[in-house]
Design a protein around this ligand. Sequence first.
Ligand SMILES: [Zn+2]
Length: 420
Amino acid sequence: MRPTPAPGAARPPVEAFVRADRVRETAVELVRIDTRNPPGRESAAVPTLSNLLAALGCDTHVFTSRSGRPSVIARYGRTAPGRPTLLINGHVDVVPVVESDWTVPPFEGVVRDGRLIGRGAADMKGGIAAAIEGLRACVDSGVELGADIVFHLVADEETGGDHGTAELVAAGLVRADACIVPEPTELRVAVAERGSWQAEIQVFGTAGHGGDPGRGRSAVADAARITTALHLARFHAHPHPLLGSPTCNVAMVRGGVAANVIAPSCELTIDRRTLPGESARDVHASIVRMIDASCPDVDYRVVPTFFCEASELPLPHPFADFVDACRPGAGPDRAGPNEGFVGLYLGSDARFLRNDLHIPTVVHGPGSIRQAHGADEWVALDDLTAAARTLARAMAGFADFAADGAAADRNQSRQTTGKL
Ligand SMILES: [Zn+2]
């Protein structure tokens, strides 16, 4: 039932129009669409997402990447000059499944014991469903938004984002005053995330008879020394307040030719997690420094294979405070203004918006990253509803927030220029 204000009564808050049954149904509907990436089956979700958003009054269209991968773009509002825009960026793709590990079919949208179980329930079809329900609540409430709400429901986040958000950015299609990415954060507000730099380290030895290992130079033994130097190494004197220190995982090792031969070569695969501000060049140099300091006589070559930058919205930031204040339970009973802010140990498309476009971006959504990518992935139905309420409040309050910010900026510039 839709709350109906009595004549003369105050209008119910926008979050009162969020309906738990609807957000659940939307999430179930989305989980039932198999959008696994790889191979990248996002097109299967395009009709459903486009219809859901068009039914709310959005102008929708599909952006197709050069490689043919679709992202749904939807705008609620009228794009008038000076009208602020709040962007919701969510990825439609999900990671593959090992079906034998699941106790329920991963694409059936099973609801049980207060949870939705299925691939993408937490990462991140639950978050997309919550955002759509947030807009639905705004529409149902009849509130005049005063801001445009834009959805970018993108392809390819799980394999790097090049065919989704990155291509939208490169095409100049991302224009917003602020952005919320409803990835799973256990309903907290995430303002920073680590990046990743990966490389192969080729280690060179000298082959010889395995019966006399001291006569040659074992690349396996040298690779073991490099492994000891890098794995769990401490890279940074000043840990990031939300992200801690950089880490290095020596993830794979391949080497040697036969039991009776001194190994002439060995290869390591490493994954060095990075902090905001670290470039690929910085990280490469830190790895070389660490190897040279610990094993100066080893013959090796580092071949970088992958880099995605870390990113953050530096605190304090008014948009982080605004989203934090939109969360259920926000108010004087809360422990403190920054109580909810967290960092993520993995990357999201937020980095493109923060680093490339300097759009204030927070990650906030239902479910936990602990459930993401595993078997029997789930999200609590209560979390879906709570996230939808927060997002409804953020959408409804964004115009006032942006106007306050603009006023504060005007005051600031008056003060700094001495004009009153
Ligand atoms: Zn995700």
